[in-house]
Design a protein around this ligand. Structure first.
Ligand SMILES: NC(=O)c1ccc[n+]([C@@H]2O[C@H](COP(=O)([O-])OP(=O)(O)OC[C@H]3O[C@@H](n4cnc5c(N)ncnc54)[C@H](OP(=O)(O)O)[C@@H]3O)[C@@H](O)[C@H]2O)c1
Length: 244
């Protein structure tokens, strides 16, 4: 109709592990950037409800969905439920991950599988489901890696393998999904937010006592979630240090 204008649709984003910590900060940054946001949670149900309320207070449509992402079928169900709740999907942020110290000689196959199944296989199959949901309309996938992934980190080899895999996944998916106009990039944080149980003094040394890393990671995710699709296959390190 002449003279009428249709408000452009708000982009719709899904962030895995979006209820707490870095995931929550990133979900809020996506909402501030004008997106509707679905968060997934696994154990943090109460925090997920609080995060949804915070996202709604920022003006976003928001929903929390429970998913155990080591299971590829659960990843598929999560993406379908998020797309149903938001009316489509434009952005996926693969943030959910486990971080666990695993001294080499004491590492069991169960430790190894727990880390790889969630951190890498989970991101792979969540991305596959999201790419199917995005179809030919295009979209953005942002993987959360780790700035230490390409360094020797002897107490954390399976975790490091999973995050080195995230870098390879980012490059592979960027090439595979270029024809669909889905850009795939990776934000690789340094030591920005002390993991639960990580010794404080050691963390202070790693992070060099600097604050602001969480906001910087969230801003980098928003950049990749909104930048032109020609920016793809990139890995951006954000923040200080990494455990050795
Ligand atoms: N913190 C840092 O300084 C730092 C540095 C480098 C890289 N990173 C990366 O940044 C991301 C966020 O870091 P963070 O420190 O905020 O992580 P975190 O506190 O360990 O949170 C992990 C998230 O993963 C979810 N999760 C755990 N197990 C799951 C499962 N089986 N299925 C589905 N979701 C599961 C958790 O959900 P529930 O709580 O609901 O169970 C939680 O939201 C991770 O990818 C991490 O590797 C962080």
């Amino acid at each position: 109709m002449p003279g009428s204008s249709i408000a452009p649709q708000r982009p719709r984003a899904l962030i895995t592990g979006g209820a707490i910590r870095l995931g929550r900060a990133t979900a809020e940054a996506l909402a501030r950037a004008g997106m509707d946001v679905a968060i997934s949670y696994y154990r943090s149900a109460r925090e997920a409800r609080r995060t949804v309320a915070a996202l709604e207070a920022l003006g976003a449509r928001a929903v929390a969905l429970r998913a155990g992402l080591a299971d590829p079928a659960a990843a598929r169900r999560l993406v379908a439920a998020a797309a149903r709740a938001l009316g489509g999907l434009d952005v996926l942020v693969n943030n959910a991950a486990r971080f666990q110290r695993t001294p080499f000689l004491a590492t069991t196959p169960a430790h190894y599988d727990r880390l790889l199944d969630l951190n890498l296989r989970g991101a792979f199959f969540t991305s596959q489901a999201a790419a199917r949901a995005m179809g030919r309309r295009g979209g953005r996938i942002v993987n959360i890696g780790d700035a230490g992934a390409d360094r020797a980190w002897p107490g954390y080899i399976p975790y490091t393998l999973s995050k080195a895999g995230i870098a390879a996944l980012t490059r592979g998916l960027a090439a595979a999904l270029r024809p669909q106009r889905i850009a795939v990039n990776c934000v690789a944080p340094g030591a920005v937010l002390r993991p639960r149980g990580f010794p404080r003094a050691r963390w202070k040394k790693l992070s060099r006592g600097r604050d602001g890393g969480v906001a910087a990671v969230a801003a980098a995710v928003v950049f990749f979630a909104t930048c032109p699709p020609q920016v793809t296959g990139r890995i951006l390190r954000v923040g200080e240090g990494h455990p050795r």
